[in-house]
Design a protein around this ligand. Structure first.
Ligand SMILES: [Zn+2]
Length: 255
């Protein structure tokens, strides 16, 4: 590609110069990904089962696993905190191409990315879950709804909280948007989604508290079905799920 000589592109994670066939991430970073067991699209994987007793969901999948010490964690940090929204878009496309093969998206009507509080969005300039959703929508053609639900700031910062305290802290931080209190361009009648199958897209799952709270709020819409898709799930959570203790999540929250 001639443009690569004029304006070289670099890997969004390691910074290495990209070859013409590479997009956003280099082959080496892609090969480093730990593809999770929870990506089969099959029914009843552990992630699904963990959520079943807390939130009635149809399907759940996470593309990869990550730990604080591996390349995936770098990718998550770059995507969330280093102004690299294109990682989310790219991974969104990558994972949905594979999930399409497993019929994961069958029957899903609309994608709802987990919102972030307004101050965080202003600070970062984007919502990383929305970027993932854009990539998924590009491959699947499923529309995105970013106005049905919104996120309030945490009561206290999550950084130093234990897993149990974080679950408590996230309670009540999601609200369905009602037309009356919003400017006209954000107005959305949640009842427009009545009877729909909604895919909640979350960037990373370190504990299931956020996605469950988001799902619980969306469940106020009558007759909806929920599914969940995430780019990454923390290995600590997986280990705890394996031990039959899904509520314990000793990983500290990102800053
Ligand atoms: Zn790289």
């Amino acid at each position: 590609m001639v443009l690569d000589f004029i304006a070289p592109r670099h890997c969004a994670v390691c910074g290495r110069r990209l070859q013409s066939a590479e997009k956003t991430l280099c082959v080496s970073c892609l090969l480093d990904l730990n593809i999770s067991d929870y990506f089969s699209g099959g029914s009843g994987n552990r992630l699904e089962r963990t959520m079943w007793h807390r939130l009635p969901i149809e399907r759940a999948a996470a593309f990869m696993t990550y730990d604080h010490e591996d390349a995936q964690h770098d990718m998550v940090l770059h995507m969330k905190y280093h102004h690299q929204p294109r990682i989310g878009y790219h991974v969104g496309r990558l994972m949905s191409r594979q999930l399409v093969e497993c019929h994961f998206f069958e029957g899903i009507d609309v994608i709802v990315p987990v919102p972030i509080p307004r101050d965080k969005r202003m600070q970062r300039g984007y919502n990383q879950s929305e970027q993932l959703a854009l990539g998924i929508s590009r491959v699947t053609g499923i529309p995105i709804d970013t106005h049905v639900i919104r996120r309030l700031p945490y009561k206290i910062s999550q950084t130093q909280l234990s897993a149990a305290q974080r679950q408590e802290n996230v309670k009540g931080t999601f609200l369905l948007n009602t037309a009356r209190r919003l400017p006209f361009f954000q107005r959305r009648n949640p009842l427009a989604l009545r009877g729909k199958h909604i895919l909640i897209v979350d960037d990373v799952i370190t504990s299931t508290a956020t996605v469950r709270e988001c799902g619980k709020t969306l469940s106020q819409i009558p007759d909806i079905t929920l599914s969940v898709l995430s780019m990454a799930v923390s290995r600590n959570l997986i280990n705890n799920i394996r031990k039959g203790n899904p509520e314990e999540d000793p990983l500290p929250a990102p800053p």
